[in-house]
Design a protein around this ligand. Sequence first.
Ligand code: NAD
Ligand code: TYD
Length: 356
Amino acid sequence: MILVTGGAGFIGANFVLDWLAVTNEPVLNIDKLTYAGNLQNLASLHGDARHIFVQADIADGKTMAQLLAQHQPRAIINFAAESHVDRSIHGPEDFIQTNVVGTFRLLEAARAYWSDLEGAAKSSFRFLHVSTDEVFGTLAPHDPAFTETHSYAPNSPYSASKAASDHLVRAWHHTYGLPVLTTNCSNNYGPLHFPEKLIPLMIVNALAGKPLPIYGDGMQVRDWLYVRDHCSAIRHVLDAGKLGETYNVGGWNEKTNLDIVTAVCALLDELRPRADRKSYAEQMTFVTDRPGHDRRYAMDARKLERELGWKPAETFETGIRKTVQWYLDNPQWVASVQSGSYRDWVQKHYSLEGSA
Ligand code: NAD
Ligand code: TYD
């Protein structure tokens, strides 16, 4: 059995579904079910004995210890986090609590559990921490992509809290010998993505006839990876990663935000044309920029490809088409996560400046 934290969120749920589709190994899924945790993401596993769900907080060390003792997992994969940069800017507290304190408590529970293991169970145990490229800070236009040895320079409360958690994971290896692995991945996209992040928000707003808010000039660059490719990368690192090492995960898909929104609009124009036959691109609206907005991220994932033989299966073109189609095919999922109120606070902070 493996223990997955945050397995009701976007990447965690995709990981659990992917894991059970390609292995037969049971998953203990621990998730606090914050606004971002959605058990509907795992509806297809209802009644599947290979999936055990427990609602719990990773910062609750006592419960983590009990669950480890009870289920005896061979590995922990830590996805649980507060993950949205805008939310971290307007309310950083939860980010420190879950990403820093939560990771610390989970590490301590894992250390106690691992210390008591013996023989093969002890030597094969792994703690895999899922992190982000945002810990490296921002790149200038012609800088080379981030490698694993790039210095940490986080700029947002989110990335600072993830950087702190990465440092704790590293220290628990160097000080206590805990067998850890860390992955730093670029921006993910795909099914089950909560519509507060760029791609799902644009799809959902476009279909609802709402503005498509582009922060600043829209020329910020992100490196996009289809979520199931991130899941396969994590499986590779869990299987064969070297203890204490970090692995960059990326899709070699650098795109400006304007490229992304234009691509989403073009696909929607093709697959679900507007009633008035105008392009969804007409809904693009430039709004006040995000404070401290990182200009560019780019990941050099060659170590993972070279040492562990991982390669992404999707190009951006195939992945974004699958993603847009998934949102068109799952209006009930969209409706259920769309209370509307979760965006109110964004509208308060990012005022409309004009239309494209
Ligand atoms: P998400 O916000 O969609 O999901 C996070 C999940 O963690 C939710 O189910 C939530 O309920 C759960 N959670 C939050 N606090 C918790 C706590 N204290 N205890 C237990 N569960 C808790 O996030 P995501 O996009 O799926 O990201 C998953 C991980 O991957 C995060 O660690 C994130 O930093 C990292 N990451 C994300 C991206 C991306 O593009 N989304 C890229 C690189 C790395
Ligand atoms: P996001 O999906 O929030 O991911 P991250 O900030 O972790 O990279 O944002 C991706 C990019 O899109 C980022 O440069 C901010 C921008 N963005 C917008 O322009 N408009 C939006 O409404 C959102 C949510 C993001």
